[in-house]
Design a protein around this ligand. Structure first.
Ligand code: FES
Length: 105
């Protein structure tokens, strides 16, 4: 179980409890101001774009090439912080992670 802190598109903070192995996108699309996730997690829409705070970004490991290509095509891409929530599986190591939902494009 991990607790994460999410700032939504309106600037409101949400505290979420997530099971190990849970997909981050699936929780973020349940909150107001969360992600749209139009492709349902197929790594093809980038509507689950989030900014991960730097200290946590390193713990996620490198994005795959297809994830990175999608992110780089977004207007608000932030190198080192941009990730697709659908490509993140929760682990105990991510307990305390902070992230912000990227603006709608
Ligand atoms: S839900 Fe479409 S890329 Fe993540």
């Amino acid at each position: 179980m991990a607790t994460i802190y999410v700032t939504d598109r309106e600037g409101n903070e949400h505290v979420l409890q997530m099971e190990n192995g849970a997909n981050l996108m699936e929780q973020l699309r349940e909150i107001d101001g969360g992600v749209e996730a139009l492709c349902g997690g197929m790594c093809s829409c980038a509507t689950c774009h989030v900014f991960i705070e730097a200290e946590w970004s390193a713990k996620l490991g490198e994005a795959r090439d297809d994830e990175l290509e999608l992110l780089e095509d977004t207007e608000c891409f932030a190198g080192g912080r941009s990730r697709l929530a659908c490509q993140i599986k929760m682990t105990d190591e991510l307990d305390g992670m902070r992230l912000t939902v990227a603006p709608e494009e």
